[in-house]
Design a protein around this ligand. Structure first.
Ligand code: NIG
Ligand code: FE
Length: 412
C-alpha cells in the first residue's frame, strides 16, 4: 500500500531513538507533503512527494491523504479493560461528594469490580473486553497493555489473564499482559496481609508463569492498599519469574512507590499525581518511565501530574489511558493527548511523542512501534483533513481519525 500526498507525516524519528527524555520530548520530526510505502505489514519506505521514485508512484494500492496527517498509532501502556461491568453508580456517588477512598471503603471500588468479575464467565469477559478494544482501535490505539487485578483469587486472576491471552490472539495489535493481583486486599485478607501476599507469591505467580500468562507485574502501592514493604515482597518474588514491574505509584499520596519501583528496575511507574522533589530527581536519574494518566485526574477530580517538572528534570514521560471502570471509564487516547496539553501544559509535540514513542517504550515495544521508521510495524492512522498538528489536541472530545491501518491493512 502506498499513501501519497500526505500533508504531514508525523513522528519520523530515527529508528535508533527508542525513547525521549526531558527536552527531547519536544522534538517531533514531521515531513510535509510526503509519501509512505507499507509492505508485509511493515513500513517499507517514505519520503517527500517531490522525490518519489517512479517505480513506487505507479503502484496499484494507493491512498491519497491530501490535506490529511499520518500518525503512528497511539501506544497505550496502561489499561484495565478486562472487567465485568461498568460502575456508574459510583459516578453518581462521586457527583454527590464522595471521594474515591470513601467509595472503596464502603464496598465499592476495586472489590466491587472483583465481585462482579467472579460471576462473569471467561467468554463473557472476552466478549466485553473485545468490544472495548475494538472501540479503542477505531480511536487510534495500535498497541496496548492490559492488567489483571479484578480477580484477586487464583482462579479469577488466571481467568482475566486468559482473556488477555485470547485478546492477543484475536486482535492485530501488540498487547502486553500485566499481573496486578496486588490491586486491593480481598475482604477476607483485610486483617492478614501476609496471607494474601503469600497467595500471590506462592500460588498465583507460579501458576501464571506455568501458562506464560504475564509479561509484567504491577502493585497498587498506596495508603490503604499495598505498603512499600509489601510491594517489595511482591516485586522480589515476581523477579524470580522474570516479570519486570510496572507500578501504580503516587496516585493518592507520595507513597514511596516510585523509589521502590526504580530500585527494582521498573519499566514504568504510573499515575504520579502526587510527587515531591525526591521523586523528580529519582526519575531523572533512572531509565524508569514516568507514565501519566490525565483522564484519571479529570474523572476523579484529583490533581493533575506535574508533567512540566518531570520534563524539566529530564525524566522520560509517557501518556496512557488507564481505561478502567472505577477511575477512568474511557480509553480514548485522543482525549488523553488533549488533556495533556490543556491540563499538564504539554506542548502538542510533547504530548504526541509521549503517547506514541514513549508509550511504546513503556511496553518495551519501541523497537517496533511508536514512530514512523523503516522496518517498524505499519500501525498508524490517517486523520481527516486538518489545518495544523495542534488541531488534533485542540479539538478535544472529538476524533480526527479517519482511517486506521494495522499491519499495513485498513482496519474496520
Ligand atoms: O489505575 N488505582 C488503582 N487502579 C485503578 C482504578 C481501579 C478501580 O477503581 O477499579 C487506577 O486508577
Ligand atoms: Fe491503573
Amino acid at each position: 500500500m502506498l499513501i501519497t500526498n500526505i500533508k504531514a507525516l508525523v513522528g519520523a524519528h530515527p529508528k535508533t531513538q527508542l525513547s525521549l527524555r526531558g527536552s527531547e520530548l519536544a522534538q517531533l520530526p514531521v515531513l510535509e507533503n510526503a509519501w509512505l510505502l507499507l509492505q508485509d505489514g511493515l513500513i517499507k519506505d517514505f519520503g517527500l512527494m517531490s522525490d518519489i521514485p517512479s517505480q513506487i508512484s505507479n503502484l496499484k494500492f494507493q491512498i491519497s491523504a491530501k490535506g490529511k496527517y499520518v500518525f503512528p498509532s497511539w501506544c497505550d501502556s496502561h489499561s484495565h479493560i478486562v472487567f465485568a461491568a461498568p460502575r456508574e453508580e459510583e459516578f453518581v456517588m462521586k457527583i454527590a461528594g464522595k471521594t474515591y477512598e470513601e467509595i472503596a471503603a464502603a464496598g465499592g471500588g476495586i472489590l466491587n469490580s472483583a465481585n462482579k468479575l467472579t460471576q462473569a464467565t471467561e467468554d463473557e469477559l472476552f466478549e466485553r473486553a473485545s468490544q472495548r478494544l475494538h472501540d479503542m482501535i477505531l480511536q487510534g490505539t495500535g498497541a496496548l497493555e492490559i492488567k489483571s487485578g479484578y480477580g484477586l483469587t487464583v482462579a479469577s486472576e488466571l481467568k482475566m489473564l486468559r482473556v488477555i491471552k485470547r485478546l492477543k490472539a484475536k486482535f492485530p495489535i501488540p498487547i502486553k499482559a500485566t499481573l496486578l493481583a496486588a490491586h486491593a486486599y480481598p475482604a477476607a485478607y483485610k486483617e492478614n496481609h501476609q496471607a494474601y501476599i503469600h497467595l500471590i507469591t506462592q500460588e498465583m505467580l507460579p501458576a501464571v508463569a506455568e501458562e506464560n500468562l504475564a509479561d509484567y507485574v504491577d502493585v497498587f502501592c498506596e495508603n490503604g492498599f499495598f505498603s512499600v514493604d509489601e510491594t517489595e515482597q511482591i516485586l522480589v518474588a515476581a523477579a524470580k519469574y522474570g516479570l519486570k514491574p510496572k507500578i501504580h505509584a503516587n496516585q493518592l499520596s507520595v507513597s514511596g512507590g516510585v523509589q521502590i519501583g526504580v530500585k527494582h528496575n521498573a519499566v514504568s511507574v504510573d499515575h504520579l499525581e502526587e510527587i515531591d522533589e525526591h521523586v523528580l530527581t529519582t526519575l531523572a536519574q533512572s531509565e524508569t518511565i514516568a507514565t501519566l494518566l490525565p483522564s484519571c485526574s479529570f474523572y476523579l477530580g484529583i490533581p493533575f501530574a506535574n508533567a512540566r517538572g518531570l520534563i524539566n528534570h529530564n525524566a522520560i514521560v509517557a501518556l496512557a489511558s488507564d481505561y478502567n471502570p472505577g477511575s477512568t471509564p474511557s480509553g480514548n487516547m485522543n482525549f488523553v493527548v488533549s488533556l495533556a496539553c490543556i491540563k499538564l501544559k504539554m506542548m502538542p509535540q510533547e504530548a504526541i511523542n509521549a503517547a506514541t514513542l514513549n508509550g511504546a517504550a513503556a511496553m518495551e515495544l519501541s523497537h517496533q512501534m511508536g514512530s514512523i521508521a523503516i522496518g517498524k510495524k505499519a500501525n498508524l492512522f490517517i486523520t481527516k483533513p486538518m489545518p495544523s498538528l495542534a488541531f488534533l489536541p485542540y479539538s478535544f472530545g472529538q476524533s480526527q481519525i479517519e482511517t486506521v491501518i494495522l499491519n499495513g491493512q485498513i482496519y474496520g
